[in-house]
Design a protein around this ligand. Structure first.
Ligand SMILES: O=C(O)CCC(=O)C(=O)O
Ligand SMILES: [Fe+2]
Length: 353
C-alpha cells in the first residue's frame, strides 16, 4: 500500500485508545529484513497515532557504543537508571533555587530561547492563560567545551550559545542525558526513512548538525479546584521532527488527543521513553506522519519533572514534501519553509517574544 493510501485508510480507521509500544532492540540490527520489519511497525504507528513508547532501557547503552560517543560519560553511569537519577537530582536542586536566582538566566534575555522560563511565562495553547510549569532550555553542546564548535556555527537563525546555572545546581546531569538522547535520535532517523520507503541515509545530509533542543520541566502540583485554562502545558504539537521524552515514573500527567477529541493518558511506563512526531515531519510528509496534539496536566498532588528532547533537521533545511506523500488527491498542504524559521516562529508564539 502506498503512503498516501495508508494515510487515507488511517483517516477512516478507529481512533486510537492507547499509546502503542515499539520495541527498539532491533534498531541496532544490521539485518536488512529485521530493519525493514521495524520500519514497517514504526510507519504504522506514525501514520495512525504519531506517538509511541520506545522500549529501550538497557539497549540505550548499545546505541551509545555504536555511535562511539559518551562511553565514559554515559554508559559507565548506565543511562537507563543512574544517569537519569543524577539528572533528576540536579533538576530538583535547580528548580528549588530562589526565583530571583533562576531569573538571572531568564530566557527573555537570550536571543535564541536558551535559559530559564518561570511558571506561567509560556502559553502553548492560545486559548489558555499560561502553562503551569517552569523550565530550562538548552541546545546541543559538546560535553567538553571546544574552542570552535562546528555544529553550533551552522545554526543559522537559531545560532547562539547556551547559558548554564552555576554549580552545584548546574544541570550537568541533563547535559549528559541530552547526549544519550541525541544518540538515540540519530539511530531513529534511518528507521523513519525506512518507514517512508526512503533509503536509510535519506535524512543523513539534512541532520548533520543535530538540531536538538532539550527542555527540563517542573510541574508544580495543581490541587483543589483547577482552572482548565491553566494546566501544566496546554494542548500543542511539537515543532521539530520528533521528541524523545523522559517522564518521571509513577506520575500520570501526559495526555494525547485522538481524532474523536478524546484525551488518552500516556502514563510513564518503566523501561521506555515516549517518542512523538512533531510538525517538521508532518510538513515533510504532507501529514502522512501525524504530529499529534498533546498536553500535560499534573493533578497528582506532588511535583512532577520531565525532560523532552526535540530532535529536528538542520535549521537551513527547507521542509519540502516528500514526493511519495503527495498525489493529485493529496496536494501539498503546507507552504515550504526553512526548518529554523519555522521553529523560531513557534518559539516566539509560545513565549510571546
Ligand atoms: O512534560 C510532558 O510530559 C510533555 C512536555 C511537552 O509536551 C513539551 O515540552 O513539548
Ligand atoms: Fe510537547
Amino acid at each position: 500500500m502506498s503512503l498516501v493510501e495508508a494515510a487515507l485508510k488511517a483517516d477512516t480507521a478507529d481512533a486510537f485508545s492507547q499509546v502503542p509500544v515499539i520495541d527498539l532492540k532491533d534498531a541496532s540490527s544490521t539485518d536488512p529484513a529485521v530493519r525493514r520489519a521495524l520500519g514497517a511497525a514504526i510507519r504504522d504507528v506514525c501514520i495512525n497515532v504519531g506517538f509511541f513508547y520506545g522500549a529501550c532501557g538497557l539497549s540505550v547503552s548499545v546505541y551509545m557504543r555504536r555511535a562511539g560517543i559518551g562511553l565514559n560519560a554515559v554508559c559507565n553511569h548506565g543511562i537507563s537508571q543512574r544517569t537519569i537519577d543524577n539528572a533528576l537530582a540536579a533538576m530538583t536542586e535547580y528548580f528549588s533555587l530562589p526565583l530571583d536566582e533562576k531569573m538571572e538566566l531568564d530566557m527573555r534575555k537570550s536571543p535564541n530561547f536558551k535559559g530559564y522560563n518561570p511558571v506561567l511565562s509560556s502559553n502553548n495553547d492560545p486559548v489558555n492563560n499560561g502553562d503551569m510549569h517552569e523550565g530550562f532550555e538548552f541546545g546541543w553542546e559538546e560535553l567538553q567545551a571546544k574552542e570552535s564548535d562546528e555544529k553550533r556555527a551552522n545554526d543559522g537563525v537559531m545560532a547562539g550559545v547556551n547559558v548554564w546555572p552555576r554549580a552545584p545546581a548546574d544541570l550537568d546531569g541533563e547535559h549528559v542525558v541530552s547526549h544519550a538522547a541525541v544518540t538515540l535520535g540519530k539511530t531513529m532517523f534511518p528507521l523513519f526513512a525506512l518507514a517512508l520507503d526512503l533509503p536509510e541515509e535519506y535524512f543523513g545530509d539534512k541532520t548533520k548538525n543535530s538540531a536538538a533542543l532539550m527542555r527540563v520541566l517542573h510541574y508544580p502540583p495543581q490541587t483543589g479546584p483547577v482552572d482548565d485554562r491553566v494546566i501544566g502545558i496546554g494542548a500543542h504539537t511539537d515543532f521539530e521532527c520528533f521528541t524523545i521524552l523522559w517522564q518521571q515514573p509513577e506520575i500520570q500527567a501526559l495526555q494525547v488527543l485522538n481524532k474523536q477529541d478524546k484525551w488518552i493518558d500516556a502514563p510513564p511506563t518503566p523501561g521506555t521513553l515516549v517518542v512523538n512526531l512533531g510538525d517538521q515531519f508532518a510538513r515533510w510528509t504532507n501529514d502522512v506522519f501525524k504530529s499529534t496534539v498533546h498536553r500535560a496536566v499534573n493533578r497528582s498532588g506532588v511535583r512532577r519533572y520531565s525532560i523532552p528532547l526535540f530532535f529536528g533537521t538542520d535549521y537551513d533545511v527547507r521542509l519540502e514534501p516528500i514526493s511519495s506523500c503527495v498525489s493529485e488527491d493529496r496536494p501539498p498542504k503546507y507552504e515550504v519553509v526553512a526548518a529554523g524559521d519555522y521553529v523560531k516562529a513557534r518559539l516566539k508564539a509560545t513565549y510571546g517574544h
